[in-house]
Design a protein around this ligand. Structure first.
Ligand code: RNT
Ligand code: ZN
Length: 415
C-alpha cells in the first residue's frame, strides 16, 4: 500500500502536483450533509402533512428514521464512513419538540438545542433552511408570493424565526451558519400575471432580510420548475440572481438540479465568483428533471469541483448535498453521494492547475487537451485510499459491510 501511494505521489509530482498539499486542503474543506436524506424529507412535526412543494422522494426501502434519536444514530453511522470535515444541513421541520408543538412562525432556538448539542459533541457545523412546504398554508402552492396577506405574513414570520435560529446556532457553535431560502411557489398553468407574485416575493424578502444577524450567511435558491408547478416558478434564476446582486449580504445558491438539462452550473460558478464573496451549492443528480438521485462520480461533479479548486475558492464555495432517495438503503445513499463529492474534490486538487492555465493562456490547446486526458488515468485511487486511511474511514468498498450489519441490527427492526 505505502509503495503504491509513494509511486502515485511521484507520478503527480512529475507534473508539479504536491499530493501532501492536496491531502491537507481536502481534509480542511467542510461539506454540508443534508439531514433530509435520512427520512425522505419527512421531518419531526408529525402533523400528517405530506411532502409537498413539487419535490418527491420515491421508493419504499425499509428503515427510514422516525425521530431525532433514529436520525442522529443513522447520521452517525453515515459520517463514520465519509472522510473529511462534515456539517449537517437542517430544515426547520426537524425542530425537536419536548413540550408542546408550535407552528412554524413560532419556532425558537430552543427547538434546535438538541441539534446544537449533537453538533457540538460530533464537532460538526450546522446549516439551516426554513421549510416552506409540507404545511397546510403551503397547500395553495404559494408562500412568500401569496396574494393573501395573512398567508404571506405567516411565511415571512417563519423565515425571520429561522434566521434567528441560524444566528443562535452560529453563536453556539462559534461558526457561520448558512441560512437558505427556497420556496416552491409557482403555477401549473400559464399565469395571467407573472410580475405580481415576483413583486410580492421581493417585498417579502426585503422584510425577511431587514435585520443583520451575526453569524448568518443568507442565501436564496432558484428553481426552474417542480411537479405540479410546471408553467411558472416565481423564484426563478434571474429573479434571485438579481436580488442577490442588489443586496450585499444575500447570496445566490446554485442547485445543479434547477436548470435546463444542458445548462451546467460548473460554468456558472466563475461568473458568480466574479461578483460575490460566497457561492453556496446544492449538489445533486438530476435525471431528466430535478429528480434528486444520489450523487454519482460523474463529469459534471468533477467539473464543479475543478472550478472550486482552480479558482482558489475552497473558502468561498459552500458545498452542500441535496438529494433524497427512498429506494435504497438511506445511509448508503448518504455515504455514496458524500464520498463521491470528496472523490471529485480530491481529483480536482490533484490537477496541475497552474500548468493547465498557462497552456490555455498561451494558446497551446493540443497540449492542454492531451494533459487533461492523461490526468484522468493517473493513479488517483492510491491517493484516495491513503486519504481515507488518514481520515480513519474505510478506503475501499468494505464500508458497505457496516451498512449491511446496521441494516440487520437496527433498520430492519423499525416497523
Ligand atoms: C427543492 C430544492 C430544495 C430542497 C430542500 C429539501 O427543489 O432543491 O433545496 O431540495 O430544501
Ligand atoms: Zn436544493
Amino acid at each position: 500500500m505505502i509503495a503504491r501511494f509513494e509511486y502515485a505521489k511521484k507520478r503527480y509530482a512529475e507534473l508539479g502536483v504536491d499530493v501532501e498539499k492536496a491531502l491537507n486542503s481536502i481534509s480542511n474543506k467542510d461539506i454540508s450533509i443534508h439531514c433530509w436524506q435520512g427520512d425522505d424529507v419527512a421531518g419531526f412535526e408529525n402533523t400528517n402533512s405530506k411532502l409537498s412543494g413539487g419535490i418527491q422522494a420515491t421508493g419504499n426501502y425499509i428503515g427510514k428514521a422516525r425521530n431525532f434519536d433514529e436520525l442522529t444514530a443513522d447520521f452517525d453511522k453515515a459520517i463514520s464512513l465519509i472522510p473529511g470535515k462534515k456539517r449537517i444541513n437542517l430544515h426547520a421541520c426537524y425542530a425537536v419538540f419536548d413540550d408542546e408543538y408550535v407552528d412554524r412562525d413560532k419556532l425558537m432556538p430552543k427547538h434546535f438545542e438538541k441539534w446544537v448539542n449533537y453538533a457540538k459533541s460530533r464537532k460538526i457545523g450546522i446549516d439551516f433552511n426554513p421549510t416552506f412546504f409540507s404545511h397546510p398554508l403551503a397547500e395553495s402552492g404559494l408562500t412568500l408570493s401569496n396574494s393573501d396577506d395573512k398567508i404571506r405574513h405567516f411565511w415571512i414570520e417563519h423565515a425571520i424565526a429561522c434566521r434567528k435560529i441560524a444566528s443562535y446556532i452560529a453563536i453556539e457553535l462559534n461558526d457561520k451558519c448558512l441560512c437558505n431560502v427556497w420556496i416552491p411557489d409557482g403555477y401549473k398553468h400559464i399565469p395571467a400575471d407573472r410580475l405580481g407574485p415576483r413583486l410580492r416575493l421581493k417585498d417579502s424578502l426585503d422584510k425577511i432580510f431587514t435585520e443583520k444577524l451575526p453569524g448568518v450567511i443568507d442565501c436564496v435558491e432558484s428553481k426552474v420548475f417542480g411537479i405540479g408547478v410546471e408553467a411558472y416558478t416565481v423564484g426563478s434564476s434571474e429573479f434571485y440572481l438579481s436580488y442577490a446582486a442588489k443586496h450585499d449580504d444575500v447570496y445566490n445558491l446554485l442547485d445543479n438540479g434547477h436548470y435546463h438539462p444542458t445548462e451546467m452550473i460548473s460554468d456558472k460558478i466563475s461568473s458568480l465568483l466574479s461578483f460575490f464573496n460566497y457561492v453556496p451549492l446544492h449538489i445533486t443528480k438530476p435525471v431528466r428533471w430535478d429528480s434528486d438521485h444520489v450523487v454519482l462520480l460523474e463529469d459534471e461533479i468533477i467539473e464543479i469541483c475543478k472550478e472550486i479548486v482552480r479558482n482558489n475558492a475552497l473558502d468561498r464555495v459552500l458545498i452542500g448535498l441535496d438529494y433524497f432517495d427512498a429506494s435504497i438503503n438511506r445511509i448508503a445513499a448518504w455515504v455514496i453521494g458524500a464520498r463521491n463529492v470528496q472523490k471529485a474534490l480530491l481529483f480536482a486538487l490533484l490537477q496541475p492547475n497552474e500548468k493547465l492555465k498557462a497552456l490555455q493562456d498561451s494558446g497551446q490547446f493540443s497540449e492542454m487537451m492531451m494533459l487533461q486526458e492523461e490526468l484522468k488515468t493517473l493513479p488517483y485511487n492510491d491517493i484516495w485510499e491513503e486519504y481515507c486511511k488518514r481520515e480513519n474511514v474505510p478506503s475501499t468498498q468494505v464500508w458497505f459491510d457496516e451498512i449491511k450489519k446496521y441494516e440487520i441490527k437496527v433498520l430492519s427492526k423499525r416497523v
